[in-house]
Design a protein around this ligand. Structure first.
Ligand SMILES: Cc1cc2nc3c(=O)[nH]c(=O)nc-3n(C[C@H](O)[C@H](O)[C@H](O)COP(=O)(O)OP(=O)(O)OC[C@H]3O[C@@H](n4cnc5c(N)ncnc54)[C@H](O)[C@@H]3O)c2cc1C
Length: 412
């Protein structure tokens, strides 16, 4: 049995905690924020098995210059943060080469294709199977040009094994009568599903962990005590030193400064996104519906309809711009003409993005007992359970498949 300290109790950190606890370790999670209110709370809630083609796909990049001039565009870059983000952005765009896109998509597919089974096993373990809603996702396109932007990404995803059916806008309306009648094209992403309440998910995972003897401290990790190539203790914000045989850094976007503290340079930026929960939406929706031209998705959660999306590059210190959340709700009327948006609540999340869209999972060569579990970008909810399983293998010293090495923290 090892004493494991995990920095971060978001969906990834708590999934690692449960998986390590199941191996018999004594696990402590440091989580300074309200439980369940990490980035996954602002997410679209999808188990996005087919979301394997990086955002740096050429079709998207071509649109970026126009988007940057439009304050209401689905993608924006805060001028004050631009300079600091340039090196990350340069690496990100370098990954738009077809060979790199294909390699990244194939690597991600190896993880996402395991995600549904891993997630179901996790939900069975905490006896909450109803949190997974096994219904495909619908993507909507205004016209041929709009659909073409996704064309290459869909082709690549299909080639790698994803099931995507092209349907007409009319057929999408028949599947979901709340959808407007005038979309020309749509696609049904058959491998996807969604979580009926991401906040409840994280809380349930945390509850199970605590009931089984795990410790959660409402404190931030501030630093580490080292003895050569080993970390021997974790320093908390209130000055405690927690002895540790193993440390897992799973603090989402905040993993970057924590890793830096240990001399590990992560190429990681927090890409902001917003979600508005509509409490009385005035319509019944059964599937998650994405409108890529608007940069958002709408998911029917248990107690609200969530309109979530946008990609906003900004520094970790940048405050939310709630206007961007309001723009999404305004645009959602295009998709769902009967939508009522009187009663709502808003949240912001920072997706921890690497320039190659691959998450960071595993040990770093220079430290014997530190693992990283971060950088999941728009796949953190999807890959929480899978990441927990892999981190348990890492800490047990079980041999990792060659594929997992693609996610090594040392690749930067
Ligand atoms: C608009 C939007 C839509 C999305 N849609 C999807 C989707 O459909 N499907 C999907 O899979 N993903 C989606 N995502 C991405 C997903 O939400 C993230 O990838 C995921 O939440 C990351 O989980 P995490 O646990 O790594 O980070 P977080 O959820 O951010 O958790 C990190 C935790 O670390 C804590 N922390 C911070 N600093 C410290 C410290 N010093 N010490 C200890 N703890 C610390 C924080 O309080 C936080 O709770 C979306 C994200 C957004 C914003």
């Amino acid at each position: 049995m090892k004493r494991v300290v995990i920095a971060g109790g978001g969906v990834v950190g708590i999934s690692c905690a449960l998986a390590l606890q199941a191996e018999g370790h004594s696990v402590t999670v440091l989580e300074p924020g309200p439980i369940g209110e990490g980035a996954s709370w602002a997410s679209c809630g999808c188990i996005a098995v087919g979301e394997i083609v990086p955002l740096s796909q050429p079709g998207m990049l071509m649109k970026v210059p126009g988007w940057l001039l439009d304050p209401e565009a689905p993608l924006s870059l805060r001028p004050a943060s631009a300079l600091g983000l340039l090196p990350w952005f340069a690496r990100f765009t370098a990954n738009s080469m077809p060979s790199r896109m294909r390699a990244i998509a194939a690597d991600l597919a190896r993880l996402t294709f395991a995600a549904t089974a891993d997630f179901k096993a996790q939900l069975a373990d905490i006896e909450t199977p109803e949190l997974l809603v096994e219904r495909p996702v619908i993507k909507l396109f205004d016209d041929e040009r709009d659909k073409a932007v996704m064309g290459a990404a869909f082709d690549l995803a299909r080639e790698l094994g994803c099931t995507i059916d092209d349907i007409s806008g009319r057929e999408a309306h028949e599947m979901e009568p709340a959808i407007a009648t005038d979309f020309k094209f749509a696609a049904v992403l058959r491998d996807w599903s969604f979580v009926s309440d991401p906040k409840r998910l994280v809380k349930k995972l945390m509850q199970a962990f605590v009931q089984r003897g795990g410790t959660v401290l409402p404190l931030a990790c501030k630093g580490f005590q080292r003895d050569g190539a080993r970390v021997t203790g974790v320093e908390t914000a209130d000055g405690q030193l927690l002895p540790a045989d193993e440390v897992v850094i799973a603090a989402g976007t905040h993993s970057k400064p924590l890793a830096k503290n240990l001399g590990i340079k992560l190429r990681l930026e927090g890409v902001m996104g917003y979600s508005t929960g509509l409490q009385d939406p005035g319509l019944d929706l059964k599937h998650t519906v994405f409108y890529p031209a608007g940069g958002f998705g709408v998911t029917p959660y248990e107690n609200e309809l969530a309109v979530a999306g946008t990609v906003e590059f900004a520094s970790l210190a940048a405050a939310p711009k709630w206007r961007r959340a309001d723009v999404l709700v305004k645009r959602a009327h295009r998709v769902l003409p009967g939508l009522q948006d009187r009663h709502h609540s808003r949240r912001m999340g920072r997706r921890p993005f690497t320039p190659d869209t691959r998450p960071i999972i595993g040990r770093t060569v220079n430290l014997a007992n530190v693992s990283l579990a971060t950088g999941h970008g728009q796949l953190g909810l999807t890959l929480g359970a899978t990441t927990g399983r892999i981190i348990a293998d890492v800490i047990a010293g079980r041999p990792l498949s060659e594929e997992i090495r693609a996610f090594s923290p040392d690749r930067f």
